[in-house]
Design a protein around this ligand. Structure first.
Ligand code: ATP
Ligand code: MG
Length: 203
């Protein structure tokens, strides 16, 4: 069975879909068989992303398409979740996941929300070892990402070393329905390097 990675957060707009799409792309580029599941039917979700452009180099599935026959063939399944999941839904997600990846920005509000979500999942038992936080939309060259990473680690969380930095390429990629590496921008290669590095920490 594939490794199941759930990308989730309680706060909306933190960068889940952007991260889920790119993480899947990075894992696919490494030659692994991977698909993305969009569990968020709204506008701005990863299915919309895939439909906007010339096509992504992996399959984006609706939840109904996740069948044993499809899943058996995969090394990894990455799940993009809705903006503000209920705690009941989070509990159910955490039971299905091998890894729960929580993206967070560096702002105090986002860090607080991440700590509260981690507390909840840890109190559920079993989730502690699955939980990984990743800092995203990190202002480049500010030191803010490093500080936030340190603070979260001091609070006892597992935090990815990779800081996914804030680049316009990600925004443009969403508009064009492509991966950031295909966006003509001088920073696109750096943006892509961040997600490739992250993918190696996660899978
Ligand atoms: N690393 C990044 N650099 C720059 N912009 C980013 C980055 N990650 C995400 N964004 C931008 O932040 C906004 C929110 O991102 P995204 O839609 O991925 O968040 P989300 O958590 O999936 O939101 P929702 O909760 O609504 O599903 C988008 O405009 C996206 O382009
Ligand atoms: Mg989203």
């Amino acid at each position: 069975m594939p490794a199941v990675i759930v990308v989730t957060s309680e706060k909306g707009g933190v960068g889940k879909s952007t991260l889920a799409v790119h993480l899947t792309g990075a894992v696919a580029e490494r030659g692994l068989r991977v698909a993305l599941v969009d569990e968020d039917g709204r506008v701005g979700s990863s299915l919309g992303w895939a439909r906007r452009g010339p096509g992504l180099p992996f399959e984006v599935l609706e939840p109904e398409q996740v069948k044993p026959k499809v899943v058996r063939e995969l090394d990894a399944l990455i799940i993009d979740t809705e903006g503000r999941p209920k705690r009941r839904e989070l509990r159910e997600l955490s039971e299905r996941a091998d890894t729960i990846l929580i993206p967070t920005g560096v702002s105090a509000l986002e860090l607080e929300s991440t700590l509260s979500l981690a507390d909840f999942l840890n109190s559920e038992g079993g989730a502690r070892r699955k939980l990984k936080v990743v800092l995203t939309r990190v202002p480049p060259n500010s030191g803010a990402g490093e500080r936030a990473r340190e603070d979260l680690r001091e609070a006892g969380l597992t935090v990815c070393n990779t800081l996914v930095r804030q680049y316009a390429s990600y925004l443009r990629a969403a508009e064009l329905g492509v991966l950031c590496k295909s966006v003509p921008d001088e920073r696109s290669a750096q943006a892509w390097a961040d997600v490739l590095n992250l993918s190696r920490e996660v899978l």
